[in-house]
Write a protein that binds this ligand. Sequence first.
Ligand SMILES: O=c1ccn([C@@H]2O[C@H](COP(=O)(O)O)[C@@H](O)[C@H]2O)c(=O)[nH]1
Length: 235
Amino acid sequence: MNRPIIALDFKNKTEIENFLAHFPQDEQLYVKVGMEIFYKEGPQIVTWLKSLGHDIFLDLKLHDIPNTVYSAMKNIAGLGVAMTNVHAAGGMEMMKAARKGLEEGSLSANRPRLIAVTQLTSTSETEMQHDQMIQTSLIENVVHYAQITEQSGLDGVVCSALEVKEIRAMTQADFICLTPGIRPLESAVGDQKRVVTPAKAKTIGSTYIVVGRPITQSKTPYQSYLKIKKEWNDE
Ligand SMILES: O=c1ccn([C@@H]2O[C@H](COP(=O)(O)O)[C@@H](O)[C@H]2O)c(=O)[nH]1
């Protein structure tokens, strides 16, 4: 069964411990460690979650000059995460440097999957055109970023499920489309703009879905997780 990736957007390790206490101890989760918790607890949070048997997507969205991203990725490679990412807006040279850093820093031939953020799912087309002064449609921009990501040797992109069909038409079959902005019908949208239900994301062909608040802020997190997991697998 495919597992939704749970975004562990919490203030500190204690909050994560309290959250994980809702889950059976032997439930092996795929979790997202993002900026909030990583900047609070440091790399030890990854080591600890791995020691509990969970798989980790390290979502730090690197975006800097190629040399800096190369060096940072060498360090990330040593953490043993399953997947990590950069911003495609950093450009092809930066993305190639990221991959090189991950390869050189990996302890085994199995480097973490490396994906690139296209346009954040909290960005609307109007905002993209105004704030970033991009004159194309959002879908054209996202597909372009997906193509330069693939040409740079990365494994896939972060996008909304709304763009997966167009990306799939232009990339190899195994290209990863990881889609946050997932909202079951009953959930509040919050700051997300390009949202899709778990069932729709499955139908459209997302490789992974990332779900935060609909699970982390639920009164019954494990039940919410199971419901989303079922919807994500059944469609
Ligand atoms: O475009 C993006 C890239 C990353 N995210 C991350 O996914 C989760 C979504 O959390 P929700 O609470 O389900 O909205 C969050 O950690 C983001 O940093 C994204 O939403 N969009």
